[in-house]
Ligand binder design. Structure first.
Ligand SMILES: Cc1cc2nc3c(=O)[nH]c(=O)nc-3n(C[C@H](O)[C@H](O)[C@H](O)COP(=O)(O)O)c2cc1C
Length: 212
């Protein structure tokens, strides 16, 4: 059965443009997958830990050497990886913070890249057969051709990190200039409508004809 994992990042909740766009993505995905399941992972509400010494000890040693401390440190990572592996489609809706991903999303990526679990000893990605869409929302203008387009590290970073673990079928949807919403030039509804077609196309691109 098709399963969509929705990863949300913004701490602005009802004011968040990335969350509003993710909701549109989910609506369109559901329409294309009436029997499909949607699972939500909200990084803004879960106090994701950073990698620490016990985590590294657990992640970089064989299971037979794991101590209780190691097992405890990597248990969330195991849970997040199982959730990721069980999804057929993944959508990540994220703001740009200081040209790259918010720290919580970096912390999530650090939890899901695990030698021997999501990437093999010979650097083969082990999270395969999935489609992924990243919705990147920015205050400024990073559209191709814009003066600061090359400063956008969000898409390239996620493409590299997710590709490393085998998630190579990746679409990046860029929704720029939310500053116009903050400054009252357009309403959030107008902004969403402007990007609706792009979001719908990305959601339908995720449609898998062999699944539900
Ligand atoms: C801490 C912080 C850093 C930000 N850094 C950037 C940035 O580097 N470039 C940019 O264009 N917008 C930046 N923004 C603006 C956000 O990307 C923009 O407000 C976006 O709409 C936030 O997503 P959200 O509406 O889903 O919360 C930043 C916002 C915050 C709060």
């Amino acid at each position: 059965m098709s399963k969509l994992l929705v990863i949300e990042v913004s701490p602005r909740f009802e004011f968040s443009v990335s969350r509003a766009l993710a909701a549109r993505f989910v609506e369109n995905w559901k329409a294309a997958h009436p029997q499909g399941e949607v699972v939500s992972r909200d990084l803004a509400t879960m106090n994701l830990p950073f990698v620490d010494l016990p985590w590294i000890g657990g992640a970089f040693s064989p299971p037979e050497q794991h101590t209780e401390e190691h097992l405890d440190a990597i248990s969330l990572s195991n849970e997040l990886i199982a959730e990721l592996q069980s999804a057929s489609d993944i959508v990540i809706a994220t703001p740009m913070y200081n040209f790259t991903v918010p720290a919580v999303l970096k912390a999530y990526v650090d939890q899901i890249i695990r030698p021997g679990v999501t990437v093999s000893a010979t650097y083969e990605g082990l999270v395969t057969g999935k489609t992924a869409t990243v919705i990147v929302v920015t205050g400024g203008d990073f559209r191709p051709g814009a003066p600061f387009a090359a400063a956008n590290a969000v898409g390239p970073y996620l493409q590299q990190a997710l590709g490393f673990i085998g998630i190579t079928d990746l679409d990046i949807v860029l929704a720029c200039r939310t500053r116009m919403v903050d400054e009252g030039e357009v309403t959030i509804t107008e902004f969403i409508v402007e990007h609706e077609e792009m979001i719908a196309a990305a959601a339908v691109r995720s449609f898998s004809p062999v699944a539900a």
